[in-house]
Design a protein. Structure first.
Length: 218
């Protein structure tokens, strides 16, 4: 074969390989796109089923908390304390442990707390989806991790609870979505109109200008 023919043959093979490679890339892109669409549709369907009638279900949960006489009602600190208000003006508390502290944090104070936050029960999470927590497993005063927060930097319902707690208290606090994130969704884990249930353990608190040594629970 002459040099010119050899060069032409090689060039033709190269072009065929390039065409084939482009076809493979296009096919891969096509299937990847459609696969992601199918996956997205599937995930959207699951989310819709998980949170179907979500606002209505959360409204019903608030009504149930309000009717439960075993729960302690505490009116949100931003509401008029001289009137009865509505069921969504309150947080609803189950006292898990009572501490020996005598004072409660103020709005401008800083706290050390351990916490676990859940949504109301749903299809896949009968105990409520855990969207945030400072510790794993069962709570322990000696081993659970503790976080530092400013009371005025938390959602109203959480702040309301802290300002009624004393060091050593551990509460389960049910917060209507109006005192949480309201009609906003903070992330894929907390949809809009989500009531929040927090297990909160208050370790300590201090006023502006005061300090505490570094806390290590372990």
């Amino acid at each position: 074969m002459k040099n010119e023919e050899w060069a032409t043959a090689i060039d033709n093979r190269r072009k065929k390989r390039e065409v084939w490679a482009w076809r493979m890339l296009l096919c891969a892109a096509f299937f990847a796109l459609h696969s992601s669409l199918f996956t997205s549709c599937s995930e959207d369907s699951e989310d819709e089923e998980e949170y179907a009638n979500w606002q209505e279900r959360n409204d019903n949960a608030i009504s149930q908390w309000a009717a439960d006489t075993s729960l302690r009602k505490i009116k949100n600190f931003t509401k008029d304390q001289t009137t009865t208000g509505t069921s969504s003006d309150y947080i609803y508390v189950e006292v898990l442990e009572e501490g020996s502290g005598t004072e409660s944090p103020l709005y401008t104070d800083t706290v050390w707390v351990a916490y676990r936050g859940r949504l109301i029960p749903s299809k896949s999470y009968p105990d409520g989806y855990v969207f945030d927590q400072s510790y794993q497993g069962d709570f322990s005063w000696t081993t659970s991790d503790v976080f530092e927060f400013s009371v005025n930097g938390l959602v109203e319902g959480f702040g309301t609870a802290l300002m009624a707690m004393k060091p050593g208290d551990r509460w389960r606090v049910h917060i209507p979505y109006m005192l949480g994130y309201g009609s906003s969704s903070t992330s894929t884990s907390v949809p809009a109109y989500s009531n929040l249930t927090f297990d909160i353990a208050l370790f300590d608190f201090w006023h502006p200008g005061e300090t505490r040594p570094f806390f290590k629970s372990r």
